[in-house]
Design a protein around this ligand. Structure first.
Ligand code: CUO
Length: 676
C-alpha cells in the first residue's frame, strides 16, 4: 500500500477500504454504488482504520473545493500550514494514512495535494511513500485542453493500452507569431520547467511548522534558484533575437505583455483568465481583502533602504548586518517573504503580493467573479512572460546587495599550484569527434495522462509533447596539480553568453549576471596531470526525464525505501532536456568557463552522514535533511563583482580557471523518442 491515498481511482489497482464514517454527507447515500463501481476493477483493498477523533477542518473553509489555491496568498498559506501541521501529528504511519484518507475528500484538492506532499516529505515514517508526479495528477494545469478529449476517446475506443495511439500536444498554442514573446513559449510552457518550479516550492514551503520551513540557507536558495531561472531566460532570449527583459521596476506603468494561457484549471474546468496587453496593475479589493500598490512600493523602499544602509531591523528592533555570509539569506526570506522573514510587519510580503497583484489584474475588484491568472499558482506561473519581469526586478534588488559587497580577490578566487589546462566539450558519438560545438533540436517525448483524467480509461494514455533537447555531451577537463601533494577542489562549470541579441559584446559584469550554472562536483587531484571526463547527465542542476514525468507504476515499486524517497524528493530539479539554451541555426557563440576552487573554502561538515537522497540537483534544490553542500555563496564566483574587466583577463590572472569558446548549433528538426 504505497500510495494508498491516491489509489482510490483509476491510477492503480488498489482501493482504500475506508470506514463508513469517512464518507462525506454527499457520498454517504451512494456509498455502496461507489464501492461496487470501483471495487470490481481492483486487486487489492487497503483497509483503513477508523479515527478515534475526527479533526475539525473548519479552518479550511475559506478555501472552497472549487476555488483556486494559491501559495502566494497569505490566508491560503496559513491554511496549508495548519493542514501540514495536522498531517505531521499522527504518531505512526497507519494513523497518518487514515487521517489523510479522511481529509482528502473534505478539502480543496490542490490544498490537499500540496499539504500531503509536504507532510510525506517531512515525516520520518513515510520514506516508502510515493507522491505521483504533478503533471500526471493535475495534467490540465500543464497541457492544452483539446488533448483531453482525444485522450478520453482513445481510451474508450482502444481497450488495450498497448495499441493506443499517442496523442500530440500542440506546440505554440498560446499565441501567433505576431506576439514576439511567443518565441520563448517552448521555454515558459515546458512541462518539466513548470514541474520543477512546483517541486521547488514544495520542498521549500514559505509557511508551516518550524521544522518544515527552517532549512539551511533557504532564503539564499530562493534568490539563487530564481536568479538562475532569470539568467537562463535572458540567454534564451538572445538565442531568439530578443533583448534582455525589462525588469518590472515600475508597477504603475501599464504592462506591455499580455498572456492568454488557454489551459484549464483542474478544479473547476474553467480556463485560467488571460490578461490583455497594456493592462494597468490596480489595487486589489476582493472578498474584504485589500492590497494597495502603495503597500508594495513602501516595502520596496524599505528593502532598498536596508540594502543601502547595510542592515535590516528585526521585529524587536535589533539591527542585523547584511554581511557576506548571512546577508543574502536574510534578504531572500524578507523579500519572498517566508515565515523566516525577520520582520514581515515592516518589510511586508513583497514577492508574494507582486504575484497576487499581477494575477488579479484582469479583475482587481472581483466584479466579474474571475479567479486569479497563472501568476497566482506555482504550477503555472512560469508560463507567463510577466513572471520573468517580476522576478527580474527582484533579481535587481538582490544584485543591488551583491554589488555592495567587496570584490572577490585572489584569496577567494585563486588556488595556488592548480592549473586548468584544458576545458572542452565533446558530443558523445561513436562515429564523429565533434569538439566544442553542441547541438540542440526538438524532441517529442511521451507523458502518461491517464492518472489525472476523471473517470478516465484503464491503463495508460500517452500524450506526446515537443520540447527542446540537446545531443549528449561530455566535458573534457585537464588539471595540473603542481603542489606535489594530493589536493581536493570543486569543479564549477558555467556557460557565459558573449554578446547580446544584437551581437554587442557584454561586459564581464553583465556576463557574470547571465552565467548559467551547468555543473558542480568535487574532484580529487593527484600530483601531476589529472584528466576529468564528466558527462552532461551528472549535472548538479538537472534531473533526468523520468523523474520529471514518470512515477513508478503501482506494482513496480522498488522495495528499497531509499530508492522510493529518491523518486519523491527528486521531482525538484531543472529538466535535463533544458540544460542548454537553444543556440542558433548558424551557431551561437558562448564561453565555457571552468574553475577549480580550493576545497578548504568549499567544504561543509554535514550534521549526519546518511547517504544523500537525491543529491543530483543539489545546486537548485539542496540536499534532503542536510546542509547545502557548498560553503561558498551560491553562484560563486559570479555572484559578486570580479577583479577584472573581461572574462579573458580574469582567466588569465588565475591558473585555476579556464575559458573556451564554444558554439551551440540549433537544428530545426523533430526527433520522436518513445520512452516507455
Ligand atoms: Cu517561484 Cu515567484 O517564487 O514563483
Amino acid at each position: 500500500p504505497l500510495e494508498p491515498v491516491f489509489a482510490t481511482r483509476d491510477n492503480g489497482k488498489a482501493i482504500l477500504d475506508v470506514p463508513d464514517s469517512f464518507y462525506t454527507e454527499q457520498y454517504a447515500e451512494v456509498k455502496e454504488d461507489i464501492q461496487n463501481r470501483f471495487g470490481e476493477e481492483v486487486d487489492v483493498k487497503i483497509p483503513i482504520k477508523d479515527l478515534r477523533l475526527k479533526p475539525n477542518l473548519d479552518f479550511t473553509s475559506l478555501l472552497t473545493k472549487r476555488s483556486q489555491f494559491s501559495l502566494f496568498y497569505a490566508p491560503h498559506r496559513r491554511i496549508a500550514a495548519q493542514l501540514i501541521q495536522l498531517l505531521l501529528e499522527p504518531n505512526n504511519e497507519e494513523d497518518f494514512i487514515a487521517l489523510a484518507a479522511y481529509v482528502k475528500d473534505r478539502v480543496n484538492a490542490f490544498l490537499f495535494q500540496y499539504a500531503f506532499a509536504v507532510a510525506v516529505q517531512h515525516r520520518k515514517d513515510t520514506a516508502g511513500f510515493q507522491v505521483p508526479v504533478i503533471v500526471e495528477q493535475f495534467p490540465k494545469n500543464f497541457v492544452e485542453p483539446s488533448v483531453f478529449q482525444d485522450a478520453r476517446a482513445e481510451g474508450k475506443l482502444v481497450p488495450d493500452p498497448g495499441n493506443r495511439r499517442r496523442i500530440d500536444i500542440p506546440q505554440n498554442f498560446t499565441a501567433s507569431d505576431r506576439e514576439e514573446e511567443q518565441r520563448l513559449s517552448y521555454f515558459r510552457e515546458d512541462i518539466g520547467v513548470n514541474s520543477h518550479h512546483w517541486h521547488w516550492h514544495l520542498v521549500y514551503p514559505g509557511s508551516g511548522p518550524e521544522e518544515v520551513v527552517r532549512k539551511d540557507r533557504r532564503g539564499e536558495l530562493f534568490y539563487y534558484m530564481h536568479h538562475q531561472l532569470m539568467a537562463r531566460y535572458n540567454v534564451e532570449r538572445f538565442c531568439n533575437a530578443l533583448a534582455k527583459l525589462q525588469p518590472l521596476n515600475n508597477i504603475r506603468e501599464p504592462v506591455d505583455e499580455g498572456y492568454f494561457p488557454k489551459i484549464l484549471c483542474s478544479l473547476n474546468s474553467r480556463t485560467y483568465p488571460g490578461r490583455v496587453s497594456k493592462t494597468k496593475l490596480k489595487d486589489i479589493d476582493r472578498d474584504g481583502r485589500v492590497l494597495e500598490l502603495a503597500d508594495i512600493e513602501r516595502w520596496i523602499n524599505r528593502v532598498v533602504q536596508a540594502i543601502d544602509q547595510g542592515y535590516v531591523t528585526d521585529s524587536r528592533g535589533n539591527n542585523l548586518p547584511l554581511d557576506e555570509v548571512k546577508g543574502i539569506d536574510l534578504l531572500g526570506d524578507i523579500i519572498e517573504s517566508s515565515d523566516l522573514s525577520v520582520n514581515s510587519g515592516f518589510y511586508g510580503d513583497l514577492h508574494n503580493q507582486g504575484h497576487n497583484v499581477i494575477s488579479f489584474s484582469h479583475d482587481p475588484d472581483n466584479r466579474f467573479l474571475e479567479d486569479f491568472g497563472v501568476m497566482g499558482d506555482v504550477t503555472t506561473a512560469m508560463r507567463d512572460p510577466i513572471f520573468y519581469r517580476w522576478h527580474g526586478y527582484l533579481d535587481v534588488l538582490f544584485n543591488r546587495f551583491k554589488e555592495k559587497l567587496p570584490l572577490y580577490g585572489p584569496q577567494e578566487l585563486g588556488y595556488d599550484g592548480v592549473t586548468v589546462q584544458r576545458a572542452d566539450v565533446r558530443i558523445i558519438s561513436s562515429s564523429k569527434n565533434i569538439i566544442n560545438t553542441l547541438l540542440t533540436y526538438w524532441e517529442k517525448s511521451d507523458v502518461d495522462l491517464a492518472a489525472g483524467l476523471d473517470f478516465g480509461p484503464g491503463g495508460s494514455v500517452y500524450a506526446l509533447f515537443t520540447h527542446l533537447q540537446h545531443s549528449p555531451f561530455e566535458y573534457l577537463i585537464e588539471v595540473n596539480n603542481n603542489t606535489g601533494a594530493p589536493k581536493r577542489g570543486t569543479c564549477r562549470i558555467f556557460l557565459c553568453p558573449i554578446t547580446d541579441e544584437r551581437g554587442t559584446p557584454l561586459s564581464l559584469n553583465e556576463q557574470r549576471q547571465l552565467a548559467i550554472e551547468l555543473d558542480k562536483f568535487t574532484v580529487n587531484l593527484m600530483p601531476g596531470v589529472n584528466k576529468i571526463n564528466q558527462s552532461y547527465d551528472n549535472s548538479s542542476v538537472t534531473i533526468p526525464y523520468e523523474r520529471s514525468f514518470r512515477r513508478i507504476g503501482t506494482g513496480h515499486l522498488p522495495n528499497d525505501p531509499q530508492k522510493l524517497a529518491e523518486f519523491r524528493f527528486c521531482g525538484c530539479g531543472w529538466p535535463a532536456h533544458m540544460l542548454l539554451p537553444k543556440g542558433k541555426p548558424e551557431g551561437m557563440p558562448f564561453e565555457l568557463f571552468v574553475m577549480i576552487s580550493n576545497y578548504e573554502g568549499d567544504a561543509v561538515v554535514q550534521r549526519n552522514n546518511a547517504p544523500d537522497v537525491c543529491g543530483d540537483a543539489a545546486s537548485f534544490c539542496g540536499l534532503k535533511d542536510k546542509l547545502y553542500p557548498d560553503k561558498r555563496a551560491m553562484g560563486y564566483p559570479f555572484d559578486r563583482r570580479l577583479p577584472a574587466d573581461t572574462l579573458t583577463a580574469l582567466t588569465d590572472n588565475f591558473s585555476n580557471m579556464k575559458k573556451t569558446p564554444i558554439k551551440i548549433l540549433f537544428r530545426n528538426e523533430v526527433v520522436d523518442r518513445k520512452r516507455n
